[in-house]
Design a binder for this molecule. Structure first.
Ligand code: ZN
Length: 475
């Protein structure tokens, strides 16, 4: 009896973990918030509602435009069971100069309809579509207009084909939803997580860099994205395609090689204890990475400053800028701060890494202290970007302006690019070229971490085996 009970517990524990053992590739949903016009450039697509697709492809000589329509539509004639038949009926009507639209109620039901601007006076046999006047999807291929009254419009192309939306190409399929809050259509790209990861990896690090550096970046990105998804930043999709979550520009054929590298890193993520780390990274350190508390305020045990003793010439990316006192006065005015004409700029405190932690701006009417990342965000560059890094030194030179008033020019000489916390991409490149393996690079930049599969280990399953092994003789 005891043996029987144990067997039941054993099987239950195994099944509860089995989904992790046999888990298939994960699909991810990316909200393409950066896409403005819903224009699909493929010449042939398949339309579906939810996951059910229309029986034949829909073609265009130009492109497909997806819009929202409201208004009332009147059903014309009979119902068809296939898209081919309804298209044929539409052609017949066109011979008599009757322009009709194709209505898809679901993928098993098609008919033709015409628009009515106002509530129509109905004949006995008339059937009205969209009587409640709510918004409907409309797909226009230049010749036909297809109406759908469903929010879950899906579009795919031939198997493994790319869908071209705007000027970007996407793997997987596209879903279109009307976002009530944003009052616009949002396209969602559904695709395999690893495919997505290869697209993002391709834009984050040049794919021809040393393989061990690219591998470390793949694991860092997988960790970063997995953690981000868990925090559920969006209601209708996992992540957006903007800087808010992760910049995603779709697929490029050059990324194909990266899929192999991603497979080689085999679902690995970075953990501190049992938790996924905040796998932050940046471009180049300028000599040393930074403690997290010197950038974002909170001390994180694995995000510690690391000196790069290697001769990293590229890592020390050098830059310089000049700001006039009058420019700084304007920047302060945008923050509703007035300290008069700027006469001096002084570094008050450096972090042990060398980054500027406190910066003093002196004016004729007062002073202003900028701290940590506030400093980078304050100095807006001509290209609209913020200051490259806080690894800088500066000089102030005073002069008298045309009104004989004291002005100054502040010259900033810096190195490195980015916030400085976590993995430096240029640093990873040089470590890889110096013989470091991907795990050594990751452990160099993130202190005390482990690298393991993100699919949960079937702990209960192994625990059950352990109990059985221990107590086998008792049963
Ligand atoms: Zn987002």
């Amino acid at each position: 009896m005891k043996k029987f009970l144990f067997a039941i517990i054993f099987i239950a524990m195994f099944l509860s973990q089995a989904k992790f053992i046999f888990a298939k590739d994960q699909t991810i949903r990316i909200g393409l918030e950066s896409q403005k016009d819903m224009v699909i450039k493929n010449k042939k697509i398949y339309i579906g509602i939810k996951d059910k697709f229309i029986d034949c492809s829909i073609e265009t000589k130009t492109n497909f435009k997806i819009n929202m329509l409201d208004g009332f539509y009147l059903k014309l004639g009979k119902t068809f069971s296939s898209y081919k038949d309804v298209l044929q009926a539409k052609k017949e009507l066109a011979k008599n100069n009757l322009r009709a639209m194709i209505y898809v109620n679901d993928v098993d039901l098609f008919f033709l309809c015409t628009e009515r601007k106002e509530t129509p006076i109905l004949n006995q046999d008339d059937e009205i579509i969209n009587a409640n006047g709510k918004k409907m999807f409309c797909i226009d291929n230049g010749e036909d207009v297809i109406l759908l009254d469903c929010d879950n419009l899906k579009i795919k192309t031939e198997s493994d084909g790319l869908i071209e939306l705007g000027n970007r190409k996407y793997c997987g399929d596209l879903e279109f939803n009307y976002d009530v809050e944003k009052k616009k259509i949002i396209a969602i790209n559904n695709l395999d997580f690893d495919k997505y990861l290869s697209c993002v990896l391709g834009t984050e690090m040049p794919f021809n860099w040393h393989k061990e550096a690219v591998k470390s970046q793949a694991i860092v990105l997988r960790t970063y994205l997995t953690k981000k998804i868990k925090n559920k930043p969006h209601k209708n999709y996992d992540l957006c395609d903007c800087g808010h979550c992760q910049i995603y520009k779709g697929f490029d054929k050059n990324f194909c090689g990266l899929e192999k590298i991603i497979k080689e890193t085999n679902d690995l993520c970075i953990y501190y204890g049992d938790d996924l780390i905040d796998a932050v990274f940046f471009s180049s350190s300028g000599g040393a990475t930074e403690n997290s508390e010197n950038v974002w305020g909170n001390k994180v045990d694995y995000l510690r400053s690391k000196k790069n003793d290697l001769n990293l010439m590229e890592e020390n990316k050098i830059w310089s800028h000049e700001f006039l006192g009058s420019q700084i006065k304007k920047m302060l005015a945008q923050k509703n701060i007035d300290i008069g004409n700027i006469t001096e700029c002084k570094i008050l405190e450096n972090a042990p890494s060398g980054r500027v932690n406190k910066l003093l701006l002196v004016g004729t009417l007062g002073e202003k202290i900028l701290v940590k990342e506030e400093i980078r965000n304050f100095f807006k560059l001509e290209n609209g970007q913020i200051l490259e890094s806080r690894m800088f030194d500066l000089k102030t030179q005073n002069f008298l302006d045309e009104n004989n008033e004291l002005d100054c020019v502040i010259k900033i000489f810096g190195k490195g690019y980015g916030h400085g916390v976590g993995m430096s991409q240029f640093g990873a490149k040089f470590l890889a070229e110096s013989g470091f393996k991907f795990d050594e690079i990751i452990k160099y930049y993130y202190s005390g971490v482990q690298i393991k599969s993100r699919r949960q280990k079937p702990a209960a399953f192994f625990y059950a085996i352990k109990i059985y092994a221990t107590y086998e003789n008792c049963f």
